[in-house]
Design a protein around this ligand. Structure first.
Ligand SMILES: Nc1ncnc2c1ncn2[C@@H]1O[C@H](COP(=O)(O)OP(=O)(O)OP(=O)(O)O)[C@@H](O)[C@H]1O
Length: 814
């Protein structure tokens, strides 16, 4: 069977001038939603629109916007009617369909631009789908084949059935209750049906019709209705059981038939006999396909030629594409994002295919067109390869908010209109049958009926008189006794006539028996052939059923494999989706982790700062306290020293300058190896020192009484204490100075300055640590003069004091 106009193989190497048609692009501007709204598109003339960027558009904001004109085959403004649009846009493809050519018509545009309205319309004012069915049935109504004359063979082809088989099927169909009507008209996208689309009583049908219908054919219309959702195919006419669990619509796969046509495997195709039958299931937002079957009548114009190869199938797909920008403006999430992503991927792939197609045509290149990257383009591959005419209706909502998306749509339309599609060949097949068979047969039937009605027993009267063909001779001669020549003449004429008759009879008899013999031998031959044929047929049937069994099992295997593949693909996609989600969650967690680390670090810094502040505060409190204590101690020590110095006592208590409150637990004190007072003899006015293991040394002091007048006094020690209390922030820097004076018999005065620090102990006590000693010598000038040999220090002669010259010698304390 010829499924459809089988295209001649497309030439690859042989150059041949092929006729091409451009993709025809039309523009339909819907009326404004709100009267007086700001609009971005205007109809310039019947073929041109002007697109003006509004201030709010992205293109305007980024400075790339400018006013632009776009050309179309035809522009339909807001006031155009559905009828007008249908006549210009869809009538030619309907005519092509009737004449055995394929066609694809799709509506493209942003959400809410009127694609569904254009394809379906309203009950009172039908859209392209309704009008297509109307016109088609108006045109073929009288030539329709009876139902079930053709049956889909499951491989994108059709089988012809005998009238008896068709009748059986009709009986069965009438007895079987109808299942849930065509998947309930549901679409997986869950869009709304156009108002009143199910109420056929309100419908105002289109009355146009195509005149070029071949009357010597019979016609059958089959429709299918599929939807591509999330890049999966669903058969929306799939019958679902009325009761019981329903697992919903199964996904379908695309296959290629023997003629390399793409088709949806196991997709329901419903034979429809009227527009209403078709519209019952035309609430489509997707691909509504009409397939028209044409088969010629036999020579008598009575029956359909049952030869499969005589059937011609043409197809018209009416497509309502999904809006292209859903996710951008709807702020979709979750499944909606996936859906929007798939919609955009499909449309993007459609654009890519068209772009490469155009590029190949322009450059003569042979770049691979990625039709198989999405179901939408895969399904329509044949059309772009030249299997039918492609038309596009670009639907536009004029509102300014849609400008950016409309601009993209316009660019795509411009691109599509530059693509050339190879013109498909008409699908007629000449079987050498005379035209007008149907008409002649009809006339014959009409005349016979008329005669039957007029004359009783007209059946006999209508028998063809074959007498002239088989007569033995011309009519008997009229012979009478008055014939000139007399009786003799009559007898001789009769004899001649009889001789002729005898000859004719012999000839006829001979012919007859010859024919009989030929027929007999023919029949015998035929019988023989028949026997052979019967045998062959039996073996062929066996082979055929074997082959069919194998085909079926292979088909099942293939189907299972494809289903498994499909489900694996789904799983893969789900996994990929899950993986993406997991990655997103992981990313979120990582971010949270980093955030918490930053938070921790901040807390740490904050706590450290607080700790430092607390420490400083504590330190300053302690310092204040220490200072206070130290002041107290100093005062008491100074007091004690003063007392010691001025009380003329020989010794002052040898205890270190710690208050008695110093506890044994004092850590600094424990570091002092020996707390035993260091005694100094009165004869040795110098201070006795006991080195400690500690780096700093602590000294017990034995202090000689201070003479008020050293000159008058015998050599002795004089101690002057000096405290500098300017800096108490660090107790270690508190200066402490002890001075001893000694005058020898030559009158040289030696002064020792012990420099040290007063250090706090761990308790509230303090200790004196001497670090340096400076010795100053002063010689009495008077004495010096009398003793010229006396030695002088290196600094001698430097007038340090009024009283004489001081030499200094610094010795670091160890
Ligand atoms: N030419 C028009 N005249 C009157 N109403 C229209 C026209 N075009 C669209 N509408 C109305 O606008 C609304 C949206 O139109 P429609 O559903 O056809 O848009 P769509 O492009 O198919 O959207 P989606 O992409 O979401 O399917 C509908 O209510 C429809 O009736």
């Amino acid at each position: 069977m010829q499924r459809r106009p089988c295209l001649p193989p497309k030439p690859r190497t042989v150059e041949r001038k092929v006729e091409q048609d451009p993709v025809e692009v039309f523009c339909c501007i819907r009326p404004a939603e709100i009267p007086g709204q700001e609009e971005c598109i205007a109809e310039v003339d019947s073929r041109t629109v002007k697109l003006t960027p509004p201030n709010s558009s992205f293109a305007y904001r980024n400075g790339s916007a400018k006013e632009q004109l776009y050309k179309f085959e035809r522009v339909f403004g807001p006031s155009s009617s559905q009828k007008e649009l249908f006549s210009q846009v869809a009538m030619p493809p309907v005519s092509d369909l009737v004449n055995g050519r394929n066609g694809l018509l799709f509506a493209y545009g942003v959400t809410g631009s009127g694609k569904t309205y254009t394809m379906q319309g309203t009950p009172q004012d039908g859209g392209i789908i309704c009008r297509t069915l109307d016109v088609l049935f108006n045109s073929i109504q009288d030539y329709q084949a009876s139902r079930f004359t053709f049956r889909p063979d499951g491989m994108n082809g059709f089988d012809t059935q005998s009238e008896v088989e068709a009748q059986n099927d009709r009986r069965k169909a009438a007895a079987t209750p109808r299942l849930r009507p065509m998947a309930g008209g549901r679409t997986t996208r869950g869009r709304k049906d156009p108002p009143g689309s199910q109420d056929s009583s309100q419908r105002i049908p289109d009355t146009s019709c195509i005149n070029s219908v071949d009357e010597d054919n019979v016609y059958s219309v089959f429709i299918s209705y599929i939807e591509i959702y999330n890049n999966y195919l669903y058969d929306l006419l799939e019958e679902l059981p009325e009761t019981g669990p329903s697992s919903g619509l199964q996904t379908k796969i695309i296959r290629e038939d023997a003629q390399h046509n793409m088709y949806v495997h196991a997709c329901t195709e419903v034979e429809v006999k009227s527009p209403e039958d078709g519209l019952e299931s035309s609430r489509s937002h997707s691909i509504f396909t009409i397939r028209l079957l044409q088969a010629p009548l036999d020579a008598q114009g009575e029956d359909v030629v049952t030869d499969k190869s005589a059937i011609v199938v043409s197809q018209l797909s009416l497509v309502d594409l999904a809006g292209s920008e859903r996710n951008l403006r709807t702020k979709a999430a979750g499944d909606r994002i996936k859906e929007a992503g798939n919609i955009n991927n499909s449309l993007m792939n459609l654009r890519i295919c068209i772009e490469i197609l155009r590029e190949n045509q322009e450059t003569g290149g042979n770049k691979k067109i990625p039709y198989r990257d999405s179901k939408l383009t895969h399904y329509f591959k044949n059309f772009f390869d030249g299997d039918g005419k492609v038309r596009m209706v670009v639907c536009v909502n004029p509102r300014s908010d849609d400008y950016d998306e409309t601009l993209t749509v316009m660019k795509f339309a411009e691109l599509a209109s530059e693509v050339q599609i190879q013109r498909s060949q008409p699908a007629r097949r000449d079987l050498g049958l005379p035209p007008g068979r149907r008409r002649a047969n009809q006339l014959f039937k009409e005349v016979r009926k008329k005669l039957e009605d007029e004359v009783e027993g007209a059946g006999v009267a209508l028998e063809v008189d074959l007498a002239p063909i088989y007569s033995l001779a011309p009519d008997w001669p009229v012979l009478t006794s008055s014939t000139p020549g007399g009786l003799e003449e009559v007898i001789s004429r009769l004899k001649a006539h009889l001789r002729k008759r005898l000859q004719s009879r012999e000839r006829l008899e001979k012919n007859f028996w010859g024919t009989v013999a030929a027929m007999r031998s023919g029949i015998a031959e035929m019988e023989k052939e028949n026997l052979v044929m019967k045998k062959e047929l039996t073996s062929m049937r066996a082979l055929y059923s074997d082959a069919m069994g194998r085909v079926r099992s292979l088909e099942n295997l293939l189907h299972n494999a494809e289903s498994a593949n499909e489900s694996l693909q789904r799983k893969l996609e789900d996994q990929a989706f899950l993986r993406d989600e997991c990655e997103a969650v992981k990313e979120e967690r990582d971010m949270a982790k980093v955030q918490s680390q930053i938070e921790k670090q901040r807390m740490k810094t904050k706590l450290r700062t607080k700790l430092e502040q607390e420490k400083m505060k504590l330190k300053s409190t302690l310092n204040t306290e220490l200072h206070h204590q130290k002041s107290k101690i100093y005062q008491s020590q100074v007091k004690a020293l003063k007392q010691a110095l001025f009380s003329n006592k020989q010794t002052v208590p040898t205890a270190p300058l710690q208050p008695s409150t110093t506890s044994s637990s004092d850590t600094d004190l424990t570091a002092i190896p020996d707390k035993t007072p260091i005694k100094a003899s009165t004869s040795d006015p110098k201070l006795n020192m006991t080195p400690a293991s500690h780096r700093d040394l602590m000294y017990g002091l034995t202090i000689s009484p201070l003479r008020n007048n050293p000159a008058a006094q015998p050599p002795s020690s004089q101690i002057i204490t000096k405290l500098k209390s300017s800096d108490f922030t660090d107790p270690r820097t508190t200066n402490y100075c002890l001075t001893t004076q000694e005058q020898d018999s030559q009158g040289e005065l030696e002064m020792k300055l012990f420099k040290g620090e007063v250090l706090p102990t761990a308790g509230v006590g303090a200790q004196v640590v001497l670090r340096d000693v400076e010795i100053l010598h002063q010689r009495d000038p008077l004495h010096h003069q009398s003793t010229p040999n006396c030695k002088r220090s290196s600094t001698e002669g430097t007038p340090l004091q009024d009283r004489g010259v001081w030499g200094s010698q610094k010795r670091p304390m160890v």
